[in-house]
Design a binder for this molecule. Sequence first.
Ligand SMILES: Cc1cc2nc3c(=O)[nH]c(=O)nc-3n(C[C@H](O)[C@H](O)[C@H](O)COP(=O)(O)OP(=O)(O)OC[C@H]3O[C@@H](n4cnc5c(N)ncnc54)[C@H](O)[C@@H]3O)c2cc1C
Length: 525
Amino acid sequence: MNRIQLLKKLEVTPRWDVIVIGGGASGLGVAVDSVTRGYKTLLLEASDLAKGTSSRSTKLVHGGVRYLEQGDIPLVLEALRERGLLHQNAPHLVHHLSFLIPRYQWWEGPFFGIGLKVYDALAGKLNLAPSHLVSREETLKRIPNIEEKHLLGGVEYFDGQFDDARLAVSLARTATHHGACVLNYAKVTGLTKQDGIVSGVTFTDLESGVSHTASGAVVVNATGIFTDEIRMMDDAKAAKAVQPSQGVHLVFDRSFLQGDSAIMVPHTDDGRVLFVIPWHDKVLVGTTDTPMQDPEIEPRALKEEVGFILRNAARYLARDPEEKDILSIFAGQRPLVRKPGKDGASTKAISRNHEVLISDGGLVTIVGGKWTTYRKMAEDTVDHAATLAGLPESPCVTDHLQLHGWRSHNAAPLPDWLSVYGSESEEIQKLIAENPALGEKMHPRLPYPLATVVWGARHEQACTLEDILSRRTRSLLLDARATIEAAPAVAAVLAAELGHDKAWEERQVHEFTELAKGYLHHPTH
Ligand SMILES: Cc1cc2nc3c(=O)[nH]c(=O)nc-3n(C[C@H](O)[C@H](O)[C@H](O)COP(=O)(O)OP(=O)(O)OC[C@H]3O[C@@H](n4cnc5c(N)ncnc54)[C@H](O)[C@@H]3O)c2cc1C
């Protein structure tokens, strides 16, 4: 369904069962859960799908080895179950990844070895493959350019890896396919109330500038780091529920991490976990955990965050990455559940659990959690929302629901850029066969052909150059400079597809270039 059809649906639906605010992991999960229970569902996203935190994660579907160390067994259990379900429900976007914890001290073998056996056991029959100790020779074979000095060996374990923004698109299309109306560029500006109880929302369609009202039996606030803005529309005195915590990733050329395994460092010099991960033929290194005062939709890395990652990566890689090697820097803010009286405290100790809050005015808010557990978070939220609104009882059906684009893990392998389209990959190849010009790559250093631009505009609600370059494809995160260079050619294809004029095209290139400069390496502060 394209945007015009979705707006039509909005017009002919006088009342919704569930209105969801926010189109990140939490909101999209709620929309899929709600519509597949048979509830009439509307989702409104102020910007693009996954524009916020949900496109800026470490891209791991994981139980959280660190939470195990913190003793949070219920969270690990829940996340490991969800990891297994997501691997089954979105095989085109989730795959297994081998992680090596390098051992430089004698005690690290038994310490991490035993811990990871517990991790295996907790995953039960959804475990991916057993963890085991690896010799020095084997570690060097798996990661030829790991730091060799004092290396004793490693511990190997398995977790899942995914493409976050592509999963968001898949969820949006799953929801739409089942009858939901999922609108991006639709900003909620207020809540309507009847007898003191929330009865709907007012919102502006940012594409046309037109304001609308939508009424619903229940409204779910799934706005991540912006949660408190919506809570204050309901109750100006609402206590803050979210503490933003910033995490930064640096992206490097694949030559810094050869082999197919990732490196996991359980304790950096500030006691954090550091990942060095192969992703879409590049290497992601991160992350940080910096408490932030205010939420920011387009956060910028701090100088010390970049320094921390470079310093720690250099300890584990034979060739030390330097600032000049950075291809892209991206930052995101975790919407952590705020604990009363803990303002400004270290955020790495705050639990990654989620909470469903219900206000006196009947606003349902989902906070915290992580991508891995989005399905369970949605189930809990809709359970509460449906009961509160008195909707007809209907069980959650998402634990074995195949997501849009489902394509078996056993199907013939596809090129990496194409594999994320899953069952629709043949359609994209057909586009190229019909118009070979769309087979041209958008830039020599990026893997994406121009067909991805046409596809994103036609089928994936992409409205802007940034939607295409940052989230429908992951160009901006993989190589910011190449993406800036590709922008004019991509804008021309997008403008033609969406029926925009030359002035729009030029404005888009200008706006995108300004934004993309923030992904090059000149962090502030
Ligand atoms: C650095 C980092 C690494 C992470 N790594 C992982 C990982 O590897 N694995 C994992 O499982 N999890 C990870 N997470 C956690 C995970 O990314 C988040 O928990 C999740 O993406 C949060 O999703 P959300 O939908 O709650 O928030 P968001 O994705 O931010 O979505 C909220 C949306 O609400 C919209 N919105 C705001 N105001 C309005 C309004 N007025 N009207 C309409 N819409 C509005 C925003 O535009 C936004 O798109 C990581 C997080 C960070 C920051």
